[in-house]
Structures are given as C-alpha cells and as structure tokens.
Design a protein. Structure first.
Length: 270
C-alpha cells in the first residue's frame, strides 16, 4: 500500500512574489542566489491550508568578500512577514555543512519545489553531496530532531498539534529509511519516504489517515495520537540511539575548497 501521490504546487502569484524578493535581496546584499527552494511542510508533503512559505537559498558574495581577515556574516535572514519565511546560507557555510554531513543541506538539494535552480552548478553540488552522505552520521540528526519535538509537543498529552506530530514522524521515517537504505540519502518528501521503504500496510494506512486530517486542519489544528504511529516513532528513536557514528569519512576538504573557488569565481566547471 502506498500513500496518494503528492503534487507540490505554487501559484503563479506566489512564485512571482518570491522571485521579486530574491532579486531584491541580491541587490541589497550584493550576492548571487545560486539556488532557492521550498522547505517546510509544503515541500515535505503535509501542508495545511494556511501553511506559510519557507524559502531557503544558497548564495555567493563577490570574490573579494572572501579575502578578509575577519569572516563576514554567512547567513541572510529576511524579517518574517505574514506567510513569508525567507533565509539562506553563504556557499562557504553550505559546503562546510555538506562535508559534515548536514542533513538539512542535503534535503535542500532534494526539494521537490525549486524557485531558482542552475542545473550545472547544482549538479556539481549534488555530486559532491553524494560523497559526503553517510547514513549513520545523519541518523543522529534525525534522532535528536524527533526526540526534541516529541518532548516539546507530545510528552504525556492525549492529543497533539498535527503539524508537530508530522515534525516527529518525518525524522522517524528518515531513520527507518536509513536502516533499510543505508547508502541512500532519505528523500525530503514524506510520500517518497514512505514509498521507498518497506512498511506495514496498516502503518501506511494510519499515516494516510493522519495526512487527511492535517490537510484539512489549520496550522494550529490538533488531533488524537495514533498508537501505531507512536510505537513506530519510539522504535526508530531507540534503534538510532545505539547506532554508532561513522568516523571513517574521506577527507573532502581540498575538493570542497576547489569547488568553492570555482563557484565564487563563476567558473562553469570546478
């Protein structure tokens, strides 16, 4: 059994507004937006009718900006206004996070909603990311995320914020994915996470039930906990807790430096 297909979409009006905001921040900060995507529930596959827009982007400064004794600020965060939550990371910060590896950066490169996307540049980033993706290393990010959200929003409560319930279920599914597909980065989208691994039909049915509730509820909507989903979450957290981090990662710093220099200088190949 699989979940109904999720087809992410952004209205032309919203797309136009986002493009205008990205262009404006390029001018204001004297940067180039290298790629921009949607994160959050709209890309994860469980939006509410009133979900906001979580726009994330990677950018590069002019080359001279990097030739400074004192490092400059490596994030751009626009004030949150209404439905807009827009922020991004400098490419040097992004590459450093990829080397760790950082699952958030890996997810941005796999978002199903792209606002700006340079195929050549992003292909290079994805190829580099493929060398840095280690399932066991990412497990601890997903475990910590699930535990933090559980403790904060669920605990002993009989009903839960549906949005936060999914914030726990998605990392639990990413842990389960890694258990079954240890060399493949978990996809960002919930439907792809479910379809790409072996789960019981009843669990998938319960996840579908939860999706239906979430799709009809506002961001602050609440619902009863589902015992089977609770049990699945705790099973994945327990498994991830005892898996050791890998410490045999290859040294990719020189390759990352070369990639950084090529991107900042605007080379088509690096």
């Amino acid at each position: 059994m699989t979940l109904p297909a999720f087809v992410p979409s952004i209205s032309p009006e919203v797309e136009g507004a986002i493009q205008s905001k990205l262009t404006a921040l390029e001018v204001d900060h004297d940067v180039r937006v290298l790629f921009a995507i949607e994160s959050g529930s709209r890309a994860w596959g469980f939006p509410s009718p009133d979900s906001d827009y979580d726009v994330r982007f990677i950018y590069a400064h002019q080359p001279d900006w990097y030739l400074s004794i004192e490092p400059g600020r490596d994030v751009i965060e626009l004030p949150i206004e209404g439905d807009w939550d827009i922020n991004g990371w400098d490419i040097r910060k992004a590459l450093g996070l990829l080397i760790k590896p950082n699952p958030v950066m890996l997810e941005w490169l796999s978002s199903p909603i792209r606002y700006r996307w340079n195929d050549d540049l992003c292909d290079r980033l994805i190829r580099f990311a493929d060398k840095t993706t280690f399932g066991e290393s990412c497990l601890h990010h997903y475990r910590n995320l699930a535990v933090k959200q559980w403790d904060k929003h669920v605990g002993d409560n009989s009903d839960v914020p549906l949005k936060k319930y999914f914030y726990i279920l998605r990392p639990a599914l990413a842990i389960s994915w890694t258990k079954q597909n240890p060399t493949v980065q978990p996809p960002m989208n919930l439907q792809a996470l479910v379809e790409g691994q072996s789960l019981s039909e009843e669990l998938v049915r319960q996840i579908e039930k939860l999706l239906v509730l979430k799709s009809a509820a506002k961001e602050i909507g609440r619902g009863e906990r589902i015992p089977m989903i609770d049990a699945f979450i705790h099973e994945q957290i327990a498994w991830a807790t005892v898996v050791a981090k890998r410490d045999d990662r290859p040294d990719l710093m020189a390759e990352g430096d070369k990639l950084l220099r090529g991107i900042v200088k605007g080379d088509r190949k690096s």
